[in-house]
Design a protein around this ligand. Structure first.
Ligand SMILES: [Fe+2]
Length: 247
């Protein structure tokens, strides 16, 4: 089965507002067009969006996001990031009958079980999985242990070598990785780092998807970007394979 992993769209307050000379709406529109094209070539079973959907948490940005996502006619899970505002997302969500969004944030087919984890700490850029959420994750992993488990979240759990974002990564990433290793979780996907990265450890693949808006330059501790943007197509077959589509 193939899954498209989008992250860090950062839709701004209004559609003409750019970030570092990049218009996030143009990138997101382009990515949605690409998803439509890819869907004519191969089956995409699920789309996962791993947070920072809106840059400032505006309701209008979420309205735009939901309308575009629904137009793709593919089931999708929307996870929130440190830039998002849950209350505003929920307002946009309640206004329309959204047919394709998966409100349970979980997806299961015959061989894989996808679980999302909330890593957001209100008012902070760094991420943390609360004790309650970690315990709930463990319960879900155990309950679905007959399937391969894939976990998606916003904050990255392993440093990517970009000090600018590694200072605000998932604070208890090591705890999460230990839990995942204990239960032989097969895949962890995240965003937040605005770079593409993959690690293989025993049977676990950990992957940061490229941002839809722009990437940070490798190694930087001050703001410098590359205008390249994209997303991942992940093939969850017996071997996980990842295609990073960069534009
Ligand atoms: Fe983020």
């Amino acid at each position: 089965m193939k899954v498209i992993h989008l992250t860090d769209i950062h839709l701004t307050r209004n559609r003409d507002q750019k970030m570092f000379d990049v218009n996030p709406y143009e990138n997101f529109d382009f990515v949605c067009d690409e998803i439509c094209r890819i869907k004519t070539l191969t089956e995409i079973e699920l789309i996962i969006v791993s947070g920072d959907i809106a840059n400032d948490g505006d309701v209008d940005a979420y309205r735009y996001f939901l309308q575009k996502m629904e137009s793709l006619k593919t089931p999708y899970i929307a996870i929130l990031g440190n830039h998002d505002l849950k209350n505003n997302f929920d307002i946009a969500l309640s206004e329309e009958q959204n047919q394709y969004i998966i409100n349970s944030h979980e997806y299961k087919n015959k061989s894989w079980h996808f679980i999302s984890v909330d890593t957001v700490v209100e008012g902070e850029d760094f991420g943390f999985i609360s004790e309650t959420n970690l315990a709930e994750l463990e319960r879900k992993i155990i309950k679905n242990s007959n399937a391969n488990i894939a976990i998606f979240m916003h904050h990255h759990a392993i440093p990517v070598g970009i000090p600018l974002v590694d200072i605000c990564m998932l604070n208890n990433g090591k705890e999460l990785l230990a839990l995942c290793e204990k239960y032989e979780v097969k895949f962890i996907g995240s965003g937040h780092a605005h770079t593409a990265r993959v690690w293989y450890h025993n049977t676990m693949t950990t992957c940061v998807a490229p941002a839809v808006v722009f990437q940070w330059l490798p190694g930087i501790d001050t703001v410098k970007i590359s205008k390249g943007f994209g997303f991942n197509i992940i093939d969850f077959s017996s071997d996980v394979s990842i295609a990073s589509c960069i534009y």
